[in-house]
Design a protein around this ligand. Structure first.
Ligand SMILES: Nc1nc2c(ncn2[C@@H]2O[C@H](COP(=O)(O)OP(=O)(O)OP(=O)(O)O)[C@@H](O)[C@H]2O)c(=O)[nH]1
Ligand SMILES: [Mg+2]
Ligand SMILES: [Zn+2]
Length: 302
């Protein structure tokens, strides 16, 4: 029998089968060995009945279609899979209250980009601003991110957002107070109890908190809560990886004169040329430079 891993604590995992029935399951012995692939929330697994009793155990981790993984510190080989099979990252910001912060938004997008997971940007609370609420985010649309404008109060944009969540695993993230829980409650009346857990924030004092949790959606798909998604420092990216994390730079990077171009002061840099011509947003490029410096400081050996 196949199932999806919803969450795990201390060796006991919660898994859900295709009919929506949930089971507390443990790992089969061979999956506990140090060289075995590590189970992660979001994994599709094959369950086997335990020899005695009517309990089930995880016998096999099925192939992953994506993963959110933290690199090992210092760029050494190895990684820690925080979540598996995430189809998209949904970054929720408020149009106002709290004021949106582009640098913070870029951090969420960088983590998703580093893991090759597509992102969508939701601008919520559009009832609080006048004019086109997406205008301040034109750089992101141009970079290639799908944008949603929503208001829980006016029930605006909810159907379009609901449509892209159906049948997929979506990691919801964004600053506290942006309205993530409110949006989920508005789209899924009755989900209220589960949504409470979505708001769990990262304990910044202890950088080890990375427990993800999945919440089944009533009409198919899952919402995943993934702490630490904006803490770029936690993910141990190298400065060299950063260009790939800014999606509008991906196609440009191959056009630079130097293959290892850092897009800072190198001659014939296609990224610098794109910024100079206005083809790439200067604000986004500024974010790139700031994060580059931050990652350099974090891993001086690179
Ligand atoms: N005006 C307005 N207020 C909203 C909207 N959506 C949510 N709010 C309010 O914003 C506040 C924060 O909403 P939450 O849903 O708790 O925000 P959250 O993103 O889940 O926050 P955390 O759980 O702390 O991460 C609440 O007082 C909501 O009522 C909206 O579309 N318009
Ligand atoms: Mg919340
Ligand atoms: Zn370059």
């Amino acid at each position: 029998m196949n199932a999806v891993v919803l969450r795990g604590t201390g060796g006991i995992w919660r898994a859900r089968d295709a009919d929506g029935v949930e089971y507390d399951v443990s790992l089969r012995g061979r999956l506990k060995q140090s060289d075995a692939p590590k189970l992660a929330v979001g994994d599709d697994v094959r369950l086997e009945r335990e020899a005695r009793g009517d309990t089930w155990a995880i016998a096999e981790i099925l192939p992953r279609r994506s993963r959110l993984a933290r690199r090992a510190p210092g760029g050494a080989y190895g990684e820690r899979v925080v979540a598996a099979n995430v189809d998209q990252v949904i970054v929720v910001f408020a149009a106002a209250h709290p004021e949106p912060n582009a640098r913070m938004l870029d951090r969420f997008l960088v983590i998703a980009g580093a893991n090759d997971i597509p992102s969508r940007i939701v601008i919520n609370k559009v009832d609080l601003v006048s004019g086109d609420p997406l205008a301040p985010f034109a750089d992101y649309a141009r970079a290639g991110y799908p944008l949603h404008a929503t208001s829980v109060v006016q029930r605006a944009g909810l159907d379009a957002l609901h449509d892209v969540l159906r049948g997929r695993v979506s990691a919801f993230t964004g600053p506290s107070g942006a309205g993530k829980s409110s949006l989920l409650n508005a789209m899924y009346p009755g989900l209220s109890l589960r949504v409470g857990e979505i708001s769990r924030s990262v304990d910044k004092g202890r950088h080890t908190t990375v427990g993800a949790t999945m919440h089944p959606l009533p009409d198919g798909g899952y919402v995943m809560d993934t702490p630490g998604l904006r803490e770029v420092g936690l993910w141990n990216l190298t400065p060299a990886e950063l260009g790939h994390c800014f999606i509008e730079m991906r196609s440009l990077a191959g056009q630079c004169r130097f293959r290892d171009c850092r897009h800072r002061e190198e001659p014939d840099c296609a990224v610098l040329a794109a910024v100079a011509s206005g083809a790439m947003s200067a604000e986004r490029y500024d974010s790139y430079r700031h994060l580059f410096t931050e990652l350099e400081a974090q891993a001086p050996s690179w």
